[in-house]
Structure formats: C-alpha cells, structure tokens
Ligand binder design. Structure first.
Ligand SMILES: [Zn+2]
Ligand SMILES: [Zn+2]
Length: 240
C-alpha cells in the first residue's frame, strides 16, 4: 500500500464517507453515493430553455420566462442537475456543514454530462466563480473551483482559479428581485492575476437561479477582453 493509500485508509476508517443524498455513511463502502440513493439525483431532461437550459413545461417553448424577458451577457448556460429539495439540502450540508466530500460526487456527475457541451464550446480555460477571501477562509474551499478541477482533469482543460477575483463581499441574493440582485453584484468581480486574453472560456458555478452572478462575471471578463463566455453549473432552477 502506498503512503497516501494508507492515509486514505486511516481517514476513511475515522471519517467514513457520507452520502450526498441521505447523508448517512455510504453503502457499499468505496462508492461516492449509496447504491440505493444514486437514482434519486437525475440530470435535467428536455424540454429546456435554449439560452440558460432551465427545464421548461411545454415542448414548443423555446425560452424560459427569464430569457424571454431579458438578454444575458454569457453565450449559453447549461446546468446539469435540477435544483430540487434533495440538491438544495445536499449543497447546504456541503458548503455550510463541512461535507466537502460531496464535491467528489458532484464533480464526477458534472464531468460525465459535460462532454458534449465542452466539445461544442471548445474552451481554452475553465474559470470558477470566486468567493470573497473572507468567505474562502471561513469555508476552507471554493465549491466552484472543486467542480472546475473535476472537469479540467477529465477533459484536459486548464483551470484558472484567479482569472476572476471577488473584490467585495455581498449579501445573500435570496429573496432579492432581479434589479436588486444586479445592484447587489455590481462591480463585485475584477480580472485577477490569472487573467489572459482568451477566445472562449467556461465559467463554473454550483447553482444557476436567475443568472445574475454569471452575467456579472461574464461582463467583467468581456470588459477585460475575453471572447465568448459560456457557463456550466452543477444545478439549475426551474424555468416556470
Ligand atoms: Zn445515501
Ligand atoms: Zn432561460
């Protein structure tokens, strides 16, 4: 057994991996999710909004209510899993309850589904939505960066964690209307030390709800000279 193998074995004996769906110890051991829970998280199916990929109710609908009302700064966004009760709770436990290991499962799920979009967009870099340094210190990890690294590893695309910086703390976007969200986020990002002029980049985030965060980030990158900006998120809200 290699040294890291022994460490992993000791850690897994002391802190057994928890399941991102039921939050119990994963059964069978060695998996990222319980076999009984795996089917409870299924990728979003068609019909979906052609701009932001939100699930829609009717087959003949092209865009969700949001995208029919207003445009976006990014080219196209794709969210892999529905932002339902299971995923809301799972992400809460991951981000605020110290369940960092859930990101292994999220990253794998996202990477499995993302191939067709990445081959269409041909990005030169993956750019995670950054946290403010005080948030990062508190949480110890940036979930979006973890997801970006899972994608980067599978598809051989570089991850530039500091292409964007979050230069100001923001209050929660929950319960804010579109205009208030926009105002809350205005000027929150700046081009960071990893910034370079690229023709195509993909922003990576954990959740897409109204798209105001990724629009602000895409606007910042484009103002600095970036070409096309696409978006990949783990979860996406409903479009109706
Ligand atoms: Zn489970
Ligand atoms: Zn849409």
């Amino acid at each position: 057994m290699r040294k890291t193998g022994i460490m992993e074995w000791v850690l897994s004996a002391v802190y057994p991996r928890r399941c991102p769906v039921c939050h119990d110890i994963v059964q069978p051991k060695g998996e990222l999710v319980c076999s009984a829970c795996a089917g409870k998280i299924q990728p979003v199916g068609e019909p979906r909004c052609k701009k932001c990929s939100k699930p829609l109710q009717k087959e003949d609908q092209e865009y969700c209510a949001d995208c029919s009302r207003r445009g976006h700064v990014f080219e196209e966004a794709v969210g892999i899993l529905p932002y339902n009760k299971v995923m809301q709770e799972s992400l809460l436990k991951c981000k605020y309850g110290g369940r960092r290991e859930y990101l292994d499962y999220y990253g794998e799920t996202m990477a499995r589904a993302a191939g067709r979009y990445l081959s269409r967009w041909q990005p030169q870099a993956l750019v995670p939505i950054p946290l403010h340094k005080s948030q990062l210190r508190l949480r110890g990890f940036n979930q979006s960066a973890c997801l970006a690294h899972a994608l980067g590893k599978k598809y051989g695309i570089p991850v530039y964690e500091h292409m964007l910086e979050k230069i100001r703390k923001t209050r929660s976007q929950k319960g804010l209307e579109h205009d208030q969200r926009k105002l809350n986020l205005k000027g929150v990002f700046s081009a960071g030390k990893d910034f370079r002029l690229l023709e195509s980049v993909v922003l990576v985030d954990d959740v897409y709800t109204t798209g105001s965060t990724v629009d602000e980030a895409a606007g910042c990158l484009k103002k600095a000279g970036a070409g096309k900006v696409y978006v990949l998120t783990l979860c996406i809200g409903k479009g109706f």
